[in-house]
Design a protein around this ligand. Structure first.
Ligand SMILES: NC(=O)c1ccc[n+]([C@@H]2O[C@H](COP(=O)([O-])OP(=O)(O)OC[C@H]3O[C@@H](n4cnc5c(N)ncnc54)[C@H](OP(=O)(O)O)[C@@H]3O)[C@@H](O)[C@H]2O)c1
Length: 258
């Protein structure tokens, strides 16, 4: 199988790549930093390739899609894993809030640009999406930015498109599911100050990246579509269809794909 994993250079993404490579699959790691990406690819236990690109900018999303199309005419599984939990408001080259771009707009854009080549998509989600309160007109630009809430807002945006992609692809036989990997000790959300200190202390008791990768790897071989999994257990996805439709239209315009 050809499997593409975004953010495959560290954390849960790297553990997913390592397990899939061990199982004999060809892994394509998408990483924004060439040196970090090369180091990851070299240390994977099997066939692996690197595609370098920054998923926070629409130009980066497009160039990643182009490179993927070159190295992978057929993508058996695309794992959207790259993500960030921002501690401060950062706007991208396109003027968008960074987590909105990476967590939500990038998966949408890659799905649309690569859809003719896809068979299965696994979206690494976060259970915290249920706490999200997204307003497309504000969230996209960080006008409602909050160091704790924005992560949940952007993961909600991402989750709201799951049923729409599942519907769009049903007759083509492309499937898409989302999974919350658990609470995992990675670099996600790392920050300075007292909150960062507390977080580092708490993380020592969280699960390992390998444990977080296990349900993601399991889903790569799944055949359901439009479903949401908490670890290995399917649970209902609770998203507002109207919000999803508004976000879909917005993502089409922002990415230029529409
Ligand atoms: N850890 C948890 O408890 C937890 C819980 C629920 C969901 N998740 C989800 O799991 C996924 C993986 O997170 P993690 O915990 O493994 O976090 P992590 O260790 O911080 O890894 C994040 C990955 O995303 C990449 N990334 C960030 N911004 C990017 C950009 N602009 N372009 C390309 N790649 C970019 C990072 O690349 P660099 O190395 O270059 O920064 C890194 O490879 C995320 O979607 C996260 O929301 C994690």
């Amino acid at each position: 199988m050809n499997v593409v994993v975004t953010g495959g250079n560290r954390g849960i993404g790297y553990a997913v790549c390592a397990e899939l490579a061990r199982r004999g699959h060809r892994v394509v790691v998408v990483a924004r930093d060439a040196a970090r990406g090369e180091q990851a690819v070299r240390s994977l236990p099997g066939e692996a390739e690197l595609v370098v690109g920054d998923l926070s900018a629409v130009a980066g999303m497009r160039s990643v899609a182009e490179r993927l199309a070159e190295v992978c005419p057929r993508i058996d599984v695309l794992v959207h894993n790259a993500g960030l939990w921002p501690s401060k408001l950062t706007r991208t080259a396109d003027g968008l809030e960074e987590a909105f771009a990476v967590n939500h707009l990038a998966p949408y854009t890659l799905n649309r640009l690569l859809e003719e080549r896809l068979t299965r998509v696994v979206q690494v989600s976060a259970g915290l999406y249920v706490k999200g309160k997204a307003d497309p007109a504000r969230t996209a630009y960080g006008l409602d930015f909050h160091p704790l809430r924005t992560y949940a807002d952007t993961k909600l945006c991402n989750a709201a498109l799951l049923p729409l992609f599942a519907e769009r692809w049903r007759t083509r036989g492309v499937t898409i599911d989302a999974v919350h990997p658990g609470v995992i000790n990675t670099g996600l959300g790392a920050r300075g100050g007292p909150v960062g200190l507390l977080l580092r202390a708490a993380k020592r008791f969280w699960k390992t990246p390998d444990q977080g990768a296990a349900p993601v790897v399991a889903l790569t071989a799944g055949s359901t579509t439009g479903r949401y999994y908490d670890g290995l257990k399917e649970i209902p996805l609770t998203v507002d269809r109207d919000l999803g439709l508004r976000l879909w239209e917005q993502a089409g315009k922002l990415s230029g794909v529409a």
